[in-house]
Design a protein around this ligand. Structure first.
Ligand code: ADP
Ligand code: MG
Length: 265
């Protein structure tokens, strides 16, 4: 069957086989050089196309996730943070907990790497083929309050219930007003046992009553979050300050910024 090059490229476009289309000659030359059979050639071409589609899917999902910046587990210095168990983090990076709709709480004082780990884990979860949305507690609550005021709360909750993993960063930096706490509770209930959540906080779980301004709502939220959960409490000094100290910008050890009673539960 004689077929001209342009027509073939057109067919590949129509089938959305863009990786094969864009590198057709190179790939066919490669197949010939390796003396591949027809079946092997087909498999080789499919492999390239799948690799490209996976890359695109991950790229797109990373954009949709709205990470504030890129952080990877490779860039996390576990030696600098002995209270974090690398094996536990590697286990979480497999995203099994996400598939099961569980929760991860990353607790600890400012600068110890909570957001770094949250972003890095979120990125791994995307590579494991799950959808992720990253937000801060403040932005999340503002969005819920606004939607509530506009009579679109249901729509907003449905949107926030969609991603397989919802990351809520910086819970506890600002206390919630009672209305906001109740809206947050509705979100947690909506996602409970359906979608996973990863929450970072500078407050111990024992202090969440204060964060939510209402111990009853806090208990109801914690009840759901802790039911199937992994709580990681990071101790120690801020990594940023530590780096500064190292480079001689700060002379003495800075007093720990850890709030009093920073113990889990
Ligand atoms: P937190 O969210 O706990 O306040 P961050 O995750 O924002 O802290 O960390 C502050 C900065 O220090 C970030 O740039 C982060 O990448 C870096 N950092 C913190 N801990 C580590 C670590 N153990 N290894 C490498 N970088 C770290
Ligand atoms: Mg942070």
């Amino acid at each position: 069957m004689a077929i001209d090059h342009e027509t073939l490229l057109g067919w590949l476009s129509r089938l959305k086989l863009t990786a094969i289309r864009d590198q057709l000659d190179t790939l066919l030359d490669e197949a010939a050089r390796q003396d591949l059979t027809m079946r092997e050639t087909l498999a080789f071409l499919c492999e390239r196309e799948i690799a490209r589609k996976d890359e695109r899917r991950v790229e797109m999902a990373m954009k949709i996730a709205h990470f504030p910046h890129a952080r990877e587990l490779d860039g996390f210095d576990f030696d600098a943070q002995p209270s974090v168990d690398p094996l536990q983090i590697r286990e979480l990076a497999t995203a099994r907990w996400v598939a099961h709709g569980e929760a991860v709480l990353l607790l600890g004082p400012p600068g110890v790497g909570k957001s770094h780990l949250a972003i890095a884990l979120g990125r791994e979860v995307i590579r494991q083929n799950h959808t992720v949305l990253f937000t801060t507690a403040q932005a999340l609550v503002a969005a819920l309050v606004k939607a509530h005021g506009e009579g679109r709360l249901e729509e907003r909750l449905a949107f926030l219930a969609k991603p397989k993993l919802l990351i809520v960063d910086e819970l506890g930096y600002l206390p919630f007003d009672p209305n906001a706490a109740h809206l947050f509770f509705q979100l947690v209930s909506r996602r409970y046992e359906r979608g996973a959540m990863l929450i970072t906080s500078n407050r111990s779980v024992g202090e969440w009553g204060t964060v939510f301004g209402d111990p009853v709502v806090a208990t109801a939220i914690l009840d759901r979050l802790l039911h199937h959960s992994h709580v990681i409490t990071i101790r120690g000094d801020s990594y940023r300050l530590r780096e500064k100290r190292r480079s001689g910008l700060l002379q003495k050890a800075t007093p720990s910024l850890e709030p009093a009673g920073n113990e889990p539960l």
